[in-house]
Design a protein around this ligand. Structure first.
Ligand SMILES: *Cc1c(COP(=O)(O)O)cnc(C)c1O
Length: 389
């Protein structure tokens, strides 16, 4: 072959660290706190709802392009009841193959080659790849550790916006740092978007996983933002069915129809029977969401305390199911080397945060652990990690 097969747009995204680290976990028998998927399935009644849909022949053939009406109205009701955001289920809701497709379709639909996309770094790995596929240029604004949490520097955000900026790509609650942007921070982001006439694409897949009474604020609910915001949601994290790949966007008719234009040539449709089941899941009583949150908060505390005792500096997350640590108190500096040796040293797998950075050196000493695992698995991990101390 005269030239490498992978094109220049994607050359830097050849393989993901998750594959390498999961293979390492399998090979060494280490506890895998790398990739963020729960080790228990979601509610039995929702699984049964999927079985019923399959048996009753609902969704076994191509569902409607925008998603089944039951799910679109459940999404619209969810946004209205939780956040006071009214969306028309027929023109302002689009079901996607997980949040992953929603991110890809939104960026492919809204970004012109040469447009700049401002995103909060460290970022979820698909953002950079999707900006690249759209021919855009990513402009990272780095969240920095400050008094035990990662914070957004609003001046840095303002300085990152240029005449070529098309949109701001937000993520709150934020993976991997666990930061939940406050109403005041989001208000400042909204003012900037309005002043510079920018679109906002906001990834809110962890909207239900906020701790210590923190509030999740959708930026679309702030004045002047509804018409310029694409909000992305997903059933994967909220209902512990990451394999079902049911996600959605809510946005104005113009934005929804633009995203749909890209989406129809990616998957067209997906997850037929699961869409009916998730329509029921979104209507579960408040106790479901409260129990999920309380359970994960206890797991956050268990793992955070264990990591602190093992010698890590811990950034206790306000949301998501990840905790970011600093390995420097352990005498280490390079997260990659640390994560490659951790199975041998302590029988645990984690992810080096540097993979989520363009400024790799800014992320070098940070390592992410997932706590969406059974309590006994976390207890075992914590006891193994004590070997490091
Ligand atoms: C898991 C995750 C996604 C992907 O969600 P799916 O619905 O599984 O496609 C998107 N964004 C963030 C920040 C995530 O952590």
């Amino acid at each position: 072959m005269t030239r490498p097969p992978l094109n220049r747009r994607l050359a830097e995204f050849g393989t993901t660290i998750f594959a390498e680290m999961s293979a390492l976990a399998a090979r060494t028998g280490a506890i895998n706190l790398g990739q963020g998927f729960p080790d228990t399935d979601g509610p039995e009644e929702i699984r049964e709802a999927a079985v019923r849909a399959l048996r009753d022949g609902r969704g076994n053939q191509y569902p409607p392009g925008p998603g089944v009406p039951e799910l679109r109205s459940a999404v619209a009701d969810h946004q209205r009841d939780r956040y006071g955001l009214a969306y028309d289920p027929d023109t302002e809701v689009l079901v996607t193959a997980g949040a992953t497709e929603a991110i890809a379709a939104a960026l492919l639909a809204l970004v012109e080659p040469g447009d700049e996309v401002v995103a909060l770094e460290p970022y979820y790995d698909s953002y950079a790849a999707c900006v690249a596929m759209a021919g855009g240029t990513r402009v990272p604004v780095t969240l920095r550790p400050h008094e035990g949490a990662y914070v957004l520097d609003l001046d840095e955000l303002r300085a990152a916006v240029t005449d070529r900026t098309r949109l701001i790509l937000l993520n709150t609650p934020h993976n991997p740092t666990g930061t939940v942007l406050t109403r005041a921070e989001l208000t400042a982001v909204a003012e900037l978007a309005i002043e510079r006439d920018l679109l906002v694409v906001t990834d809110e897949v962890y909207e239900h996983l906020v701790f210590d009474g923190a509030e999740h604020v959708p930026i679309a609910s702030l004045p002047g933002m509804r018409e310029r915001t694409v909000t992305i949601g997903s059933a994967g994290k909220t209902f512990s069915f990451t394999g079902w790949k049911v996600g959605w966007i809510t946005a104005s008719p113009e934005l929804t129809s633009a995203v749909r234009s890209a989406k129809q040539f990616l998957t067209y449709v997906s997850s037929g029977p699961f869409q009916y089941a998730i329509a029921e899941a979104l209507r579960l009583p408040a106790t479901y969401f409260d129990t999920l949150r309380a359970d994960l908060q206890a797991k956050r505390d268990l793992l955070s305390e264990g990591l602190a005792q093992a010698g890590f500096e811990v950034y206790r997350p306000a949301g998501t199911y990840f905790v970011t640590t600093d390995i420097r108190p352990l005498g280490d500096e390079d997260g990659f080397a640390f994560c490659r040796s951790l199975p041998e040293r302590a029988g645990v797998v984690a992810i080096p945060n540097a993979v989520f950075y363009d400024h790799r050196e800014a992320g070098a000493p940070f390592v992410r652990f997932a706590f969406c695992k059974k309590t006994e698995v976390l207890e075992e991990a914590v006891s193994r990690l004590k070997r490091l101390a």
